[in-house]
Design a protein around this ligand. Structure first.
Ligand code: BGC
Length: 443
């Protein structure tokens, strides 16, 4: 059989994704650090500690790796609590460190995608009640303006807030993230304030840099009725899709926050996405359940038993739903960037199949001319996985936390081959994901 090649458009961005808190280490002035100190919050009592030591300068060796592996982009985060350690103090040295990193990326030909908020708030913000407090969105806007002034000559594309739906729901509804609350009304307040924060940051960046492209990174999940023909399961799946997937991108298009029973007008949020960042990991089946109650949207969720599962059962590989996510995202009529996709897998067997299958599906979407501009694997190096601590390993490179040594996983080579060719080829699938060969190249 002749070699097949799924080629991507010229200039397609290939990178990895990271965040400030999960990589920098020694980041103590935010609510996540405080949360970690409370017993029982993090798996096995882990803490973020030195993480991948990017604050100590190890970003240099890691972006060398990215460059050597042929990546042409990197998504990284800026830590609000470092830039504005107190309400009336800006830390110029912290800004300089990020400038240094931006220069480092520039020298290595890595396009920077900058995230301003990825789950962490400065402690002084937490003490005001965090995103429950209606004053926080404007304060976030000021921080965005300060950062934009300092670094805009190196940055064209900005992510205001990472996964506002995850932040609000895990923090205020499920109680798994700080502040650990379980209250639906407060969750809705936080969802709206995060939207206001996004809008404030959008406007602030545009004032400094009118030509900037500003968007957010959206956690998308596929939801399917558990029993396809059951109308209650259908309603439950649709409710999940609306609340989880549609709320923010629709709001940033038309300025309307659709909250279960009512709609709030947020005119400042209208047309505040120049692109849509999609974080895609998996999809679920949804079954109607009265017992799950209002906060559980009257449903229970589970993985499709036929979908391959990651080693700790954390992620089901559902690549076709990745295609559907991209298809769904077209309705917003803005360019799309896959700002996260990847899986935990310390042994790196499942990951090779997962990446291959997802990149293959993305290629289909690209070939339907969906406006996809780039793809970022979560992640370059193992990093602190929030409440799961160090028990889940998402890196193309393994990290030994104590020695800070990195070791390449085979997926890093697979991804390097894809970057080098700007394509997924049958040869790569044969070498790195042979189990998928028949499926991708039948006959
Ligand atoms: C988050 C990352 C996280 C990843 C893997 C995403 O939802 O943005 O911070 O590490 O998922 O769970």
């Amino acid at each position: 059989m002749p070699d097949a090649r799924f080629t991507f458009p010229k200039g397609f961005l290939w990178g990895t994704s990271s965040s400030a808190y999960q990589f920098e280490g020694n980041s103590k002035n935010n609510q996540w650090h405080r949360w970690e100190q409370e017993p029982g919050r993090i798996a096995e009592g882990h803490t973020c500690g030195l993480a991948a030591d990017w604050w100590g300068g190890r970003w240099r060796e890691d972006i060398d790796r990215a460059m050597e592996d042929g990546h042409n982009a990197l998504r990284f985060g800026i830590e609000w609590s470092r830039i504005q350690p107190e309400p009336d103090r800006w830390d110029e040295q912290a800004l300089d460190r990020y400038l240094d990193m931006l220069r480092g990326l520039d020298q290595r030909g890595l396009f920077p995608l900058v995230t301003l908020h990825h789950f962490t708030d400065p402690l002084w913000v937490t003490e005001m009640g965090g995103w429950e407090n209606d004053e926080v969105p404007a304060l976030f806007g000021k921080y965005a303006a300060r950062v934009a002034e300092a670094i805009h000559s190196y940055v064209t594309t900005w992510i205001t807030i990472n996964e506002p739906n995850v932040m609000a729901v895990l923090g205020w509804l499920l109680g798994e993230f700080p502040p650990g609350k379980q209250d639906l009304d407060t969750t809705l307040t936080v969802m709206v304030n995060l939207a206001r924060g996004h809008a404030a940051a959008y406007q602030a960046i545009k004032q400094v840099q009118p030509e900037a492209r500003v968007g957010f990174a959206h956690a998308y999940r596929g939801f399917h009725p558990h029993h396809k023909a059951n109308p209650l399961d259908q309603i439950a799946a649709r409710l999940h899709h609306q609340a989880w997937n549609e709320f923010y991108p629709a709001l940033f298009r038309d300025g309307k926050a659709r909250l279960l029973a009512r709609t709030i007008e947020l005119p400042e949020a209208e047309n505040t996405q120049d692109f849509l960042g999609i974080n895609y990991y998996t999809s679920e089946r949804v079954r109607f359940s009265l017992r799950a109650g209002r906060t559980g949207l009257y449903s229970r969720r589970s993985y499709d038993p036929d979908a391959p599962l990651s080693p700790n059962d954390m992620i089901a590989s559902t690549p076709q739903d990745f295609f559907h996510a991209l298809e769904w995202a077209r309705q917003f009529e803005v360019p799309l960037i896959v700002t996260e996709n990847g899986t935990e897998d310390s042994e790196d067997s499942f990951r090779r199949d997962y990446l291959t299958a997802h990149i293959h599906q993305m290629w289909h979407a690209v070939n339907f001319n969906y406006p996809i501009k780039g793809y970022f694997v979560w992640s370059l190096v193992d990093n602190f996985e929030w409440t799961l601590g160090w028990t889940r390993r998402f890196g193309l490179y393994e990290l030994d936390l104590d020695s800070q040594r990195r070791r390449k996983r085979p997926s890093a080579d697979l991804y390097a081959a894809i970057c080098a060719e700007n394509a997924l080829t049958s040869e790569m699938v044969r070498e790195y994901a042979p189990r998928l060969f028949e499926e991708i190249f039948p006959g």
